[in-house]
Write a protein that binds this ligand. Sequence first.
Ligand SMILES: [Zn+2]
Length: 354
Amino acid sequence: MNSIGVVYNNNHELHDYILKGFPSPESPARLKRILQHFVDNRVLENNNCKVLYPANVSVEDILRVHTADYFSFVQSRSLSGGGWLGNDTYLCEGSFEVLLQAVGSVLEAGKAVVTGQCDHAFALIRPPGHHACADKHSGFCIFNNAAVLARHLQHVYSCQKIAIVNIDAHASDGTQNIFYADPSVLCISVHQDPSDFYPFKGFIREMGSMPALGYTVNMEMPQEAGNPEYSIFFEEVGLKVLEQFCPDLVILECGFDSYYKEKLAKLNLTVDGYYDSVSRLRSRWHTIVLLEGGYHDDLGLLADVVLQALADNRYTKDEVNQVNLLASRQSSCRRIFDNKLNELKKLMSSYWEI
Ligand SMILES: [Zn+2]
């Protein structure tokens, strides 16, 4: 069994919309639910996990990604009491400390993997980060955890090439924006079609800019796409690009809102789909998983399944009948998926052997 580092920000409850009176699905209940599931089911013991503790974070770590003005804004706004920032994002008085500890958690997860302490790692953090740009918060996200980790690994540990893969239902627009012209960081995002879905970015035609054309890969999944479509995407595009890019390691932006029970999105991944997606990456590269979105009651189960996939230690059976699930969806789903995948392959074939 692989050894897995697990770290979480234990002060996350200080970032709570109730403290400010703004309703938001991004609440402390999310992470509490996961941690309670871990205790109730002895998940860490079952998966050969080593508990890690968040590293101290320097301002320099954050400023490799975010602008000094934005960092100062977040710090001063939080410490002066916080409030509603717009774009579905809030700050509380304690949020700044939570944000630093979330970053410290992902940096510790990264360190454990690059130094060989663990084969893979899972940072259970909130708030999420993948919509945050260098100078902008958005969609519950304030600091971009994956981007700060990637830059830290390059700067401190001399990692040359990092791949960031997003399987949250929402496109990883902030991460993509930060690395859009940087060929040392490959960004692959597979998400619900953003034509009528937040963040309204992450279209197939967004492929990076010189000198990194082809280093941003976006797959628009039609509504109700699920396990078979994710499998086809990874086999026919995702893994091929990753193998040619040959990253030192993979950072997985793992949102649980692509799950079939998620009310904020309309994708159909099940337990098997999450297990397979993580396993595909884990079996080829050291993988650092970061928690992104996901707002339903099964977050604990899915985080458990991710650890099983990282540890190569499957014991949870998928209770969903795939035949029934596929039969219940719109018949056009696979046709739309095929068309979009062909469009992506055609565009990407200019940069990769696909
Ligand atoms: Zn999401």
